[in-house]
Design a protein around this ligand. Structure first.
Ligand SMILES: NC(=O)c1ccc[n+]([C@@H]2O[C@H](COP(=O)([O-])OP(=O)(O)OC[C@H]3O[C@@H](n4cnc5c(N)ncnc54)[C@H](O)[C@@H]3O)[C@@H](O)[C@H]2O)c1
Length: 286
């Protein structure tokens, strides 16, 4: 796919990361969001990350400029027409994702691959929303995308061997390690990590320990690089709630019920790092 274009929908936490990695790997990138303000915000985040790499001498200013030069930010889905692969990374909401996938399918070429970065929604169900479901697949990146190597490759019932092979190949070209997992709620990573985060939130609300203490226990006792509450803030509490709701609904067991405190935090707009306040406080924009 050298010299080919990758489309990314959603310029939020994940979309910006995926767009950055794709442009750094030499692909032209079209980054689409719903409003100019969001597009600008995504491009600004990417620019800030690249500037940090320049200041740490991991990349030259000329390399940074070449990377940003390969990226186009837009609200116009029509600009995705020439993409060989489009990865959607919009909010974890079936209604939003279905509208987006239908708009993408209407503009891309017949042989373009359509991938979803969903954390938990069924790829089979998403694929059923577009006319050629065999080219739909899950390409689940991890946060922060420029740092973490894993891509869970999720085949829906309809996904063709060719689509899966293309996506594995592109994941490798992006410097990632693709791992095949089945289309089952939460796949592997979130099926395991989200109930842990949810349980940490129950511990906090039941007064078992403070947020700092809960995270310290898991860092020092389990050698986790960050505690579950800091991880929830990094992921976004709305994203965590969305995933727990899918696990609860689709697996049907009470052990997956979202902690009421998680719902309250989301209702209050305390979404973690991206809003400046979650279980911990953050300087806005960091
Ligand atoms: N945050 C994580 O750690 C993480 C990790 C892996 C996967 N994911 C998944 O990635 C996806 C995105 O998550 P995020 O954390 O980046 O969310 P986010 O809230 O940071 O960003 C979502 C973006 O999608 C945009 N958007 C919404 N509707 C749109 C539309 N119709 N057209 C174009 N853009 C639209 C929003 O404006 C926003 O910029 C979700 O499916 C999530 O489950 C998230």
């Amino acid at each position: 796919m050298a010299n080919e274009t990758i489309g990314v929908i959603g310029a939020g936490t994940m979309g910006a990361g995926i767009a950055q990695v794709a442009a750094q790997s030499g692909y032209d990138v079209v980054l689409v969001d719903q409003a100019d303000e969001w597009v600008r915000r995504g491009l600004k985040t990417i620019r800030a990350h690249l500037d940090r790499s320049v200041s740490k001498e991991r990349m030259t200013a000329a390399e940074r400029d070449a990377v940003t030069g390969r990226m186009t930010g837009t609200t116009d889905y029509g600009k995705l027409a020439g993409c060989a692969l489009v990865v959607e990374a919009v909010n974890e909401d079936l209604g939003i994702k279905s509208g987006v996938l239908q708009q993408v399918a209407a503009v891309v070429a017949e042989d373009a691959v359509i991938a979803s970065n969903t954390s938990s929604i069924s790829i089979t169900a998403l694929a059923a929303l577009v006319p050629d479901p065999d080219r739909v697949i899950g390409m689940h990146f991890f946060n922060p995308v420029p740092v973490l190597k894993l891509v869970e490759v999720v085949r829906g019932l309809q996904t063709s061997d060719e689509t899966a092979a293309t996506v594995r190949e592109i994941a490798v070209a992006l410097g990632k390690t693709p791992v095949d997992v089945a289309d089952h709620p939460g796949f592997v990573a979130n099926r395991i990590v989200m109930p842990m985060i949810n349980e940490a939130i129950f511990c906090l609300s039941e007064g078992v320990a403070t947020a700092e203490a809960i995270d310290e226990v898991m860092r020092l006792g389990m050698a986790h690089p960050m505690g579950p509450l800091a991880l929830a803030d990094l992921i976004g509490l709305d994203v965590c709630l969305g995933i727990m709701e899918v696990l609860h609904h689709d697996l049907g067991e009470d052990k997956y019920r979202p902690a009421p405190l998680l719902r309250r935090m989301v209702a209050a707009g305390r979404l973690g790092r991206k809003s400046g306040q979650g279980f911990f406080s953050y300087e806005q924009g960091k």
